[in-house]
Design a protein around this ligand. Structure first.
Ligand SMILES: Cc1ncc(COP(=O)(O)O)c(C=O)c1O
Length: 450
């Protein structure tokens, strides 16, 4: 093993990181995470912090769940891999399909297709939506609607419905036929509307308007996150997803609930759609499905979609889509163990309670720091503080200052994540009351250096 300084120096010489500039990363060594225990991570210098990022909105069980680790290890020795392309299957996959479909039964889900992560799951849903309409004799339904500020991964399909310019411009032209609606983001929106319920109505009207403009019979699906995560923890009004559901129903448009972050308890309910009392037609999940101990994602569909594929006699229902690692036996063993641990530990209940505690603590911080322009969260363990240099103009705080606050928070003992001018938090769902107190104390120290 190379020594610490050698590793830091070597890091970006060959390694290109997602979401970073390769040149900047050569000049600025990253924090190198060495090990983890419970909800804490320890870097190569031995500095220990509460991981308020949960890896990347994903380590729901924290880092020390031995049930999941053992299941992965056992499966690795029994059958480290075999393909699930039509013709072969494996026992953990069959069991995982049952576990995941049962988990989302209340959301109306009936079948599952496994992938290697969230981006795969989104592209799978987008493709299956088109194929579904084709099976139903509507091959002209090829367009997609989504929300600005949404994040749906970085494959071409997901990036095309992505609602953040940062992830789009360098990779254009993206998929044609993708149209974006305003985000239900009360702090900043084109309607200058700060009332969440009124804003929900306005976005719904914009949705109707865009659908009529495009011609409803050309639209395959509308994709949304029940709570927009990477875009800055944007919590819509409780009415919003229902309004969107009704509009989709009226026009025969499929609703895809992108639950890559919100699935498996993060919102305080087992799914984000359930949190808002909505049943989508399709769901995309990843992250919490294995608590990130193994890369797995899944796309789920309801019984109507399942029926369209399964009853097809023409052959058009064949799924010519899939991944080498779809239903990977080790991943499936991780899913089985993780789903049962998630239920056993009732993660959603802790997420709801700790989420409230964190939200109230962040609101208290806002009272003390003018640079906190907006506090968002309160629905499970997803939180953001938006940093501004002036509360009246809402001008974003400069990135240098945000980085200084981030670094000082880390040095004080908590890892948070920068996303635009937000500090984002999505800690493991096994977080304790004392951990939340520590996160809040460390954020206070971090913000105090500005
Ligand atoms: C809502 C949502 N969809 C899709 C993705 C993409 O998932 P992955 O990074 O596993 O490809 C993410 C990742 O954060 C996400 O938050």
């Amino acid at each position: 093993m190379k020594d610490i300084q050698e590793l830091k120096d070597l890091n970006a010489k060959q390694l290109w990181h997602p979401m970073g500039h390769p040149g900047d990363l050569q000049a600025n060594a990253p924090t190198i995470i060495d090990r983890a225990e419970g909800v804490r991570i320890i870097d190569l210098d031995g500095h220990e912090t509460v991981d308020a990022v949960g890896g990347l909105w994903c380590a729901n069980l924290g880092y020390s769940n031995n049930v999941v680790k053992q299941a992965i290890s056992d499966q690795l020795f029994k059958l480290p891999y075999y393909s699930s392309f039509a013709g072969t299957s494996n026992a953990p996959a069959i069991e995982a399909a049952e576990a995941v479909v049962n988990f989302f039964k209340e959301d109306g889900m009936a079948r599952v297709f496994f992938t290697s992560g969230g981006s795969d799951s989104v592209d799978t849903a987008m493709r299956m939506a088109r194929q579904y309409h084709r099976l139903r004799g509507q091959p002209q339904r090829i367009k997609y609607l989504s929300l600005k500020k949404g994040y749906h991964g970085t494959h071409f399909g997901g990036a095309s419905v992505n609602g953040n310019q940062r992830f789009r411009t360098a990779y254009e032209p993206l998929l044609p036929g993708c149209y974006h609606l305003p985000s239900p983001y009360t702090y900043r929106n084109p309607f200058n509307e700060s009332d969440p319920a009124k804003l929900a109505q306005l976005v719904a009207q914009a949705m109707e308007d865009e659908i009529m403009f495009q011609d409803p019979s050309t639209i395959a699906a509308f994709i949304m996150e029940p709570i927009q995560g990477a875009g800055g923890v944007i919590v819509p009004d409780a009415s919003f997803m229902k309004l969107a559901r009704d509009i989709c129903d009226k026009h025969g448009i499929l609703m895809i609930s992108d639950e890559v972050i919100t699935g498996f308890g993060r919102t305080g309910d087992w799914s984000g759609a359930r949190h808002w009392g909505v049943q989508p037609d399709m769901m995309t999940v990843a992250k919490g499905i294995t608590s990130a101990y193994f890369p797995v994602g899944a796309t789920l569909v309801n019984a109507t979609i399942a029926e369209a594929f399964e009853s097809d006699q023409s052959g058009e229902g064949s799924i010519y889509h899939g991944y080498t690692y779809s239903a990977h036996p080790v991943g499936m063993a991780a899913v089985n163990a993780c789903v049962s641990e998630t239920l056993r530990l009732d993660l959603k209940t802790n997420a709801a309670a700790r989420g409230q505690q964190l939200h109230h603590g962040l609101l208290a911080l806002q009272a003390d720091f003018d640079i906190i322009g907006d506090v968002r969260g309160g629905h499970g363990l997803m939180a953001a503080i938006e940093l501004v240099s002036d509360r009246t103009t809402k001008a974003p705080l400069d990135m240098g200052a945000i980085k200084r606050a981030h670094k000082a928070t880390y040095e004080a003992g908590t890892m948070v994540r920068i996303g635009g001018s937000n500090l984002l938090m999505s800690p493991p769902l096994v977080l304790t009351e004392a951990d939340v107190v520590k996160i809040l104390e460390n954020l206070r120290s971090g913000l105090s250096v500005l």
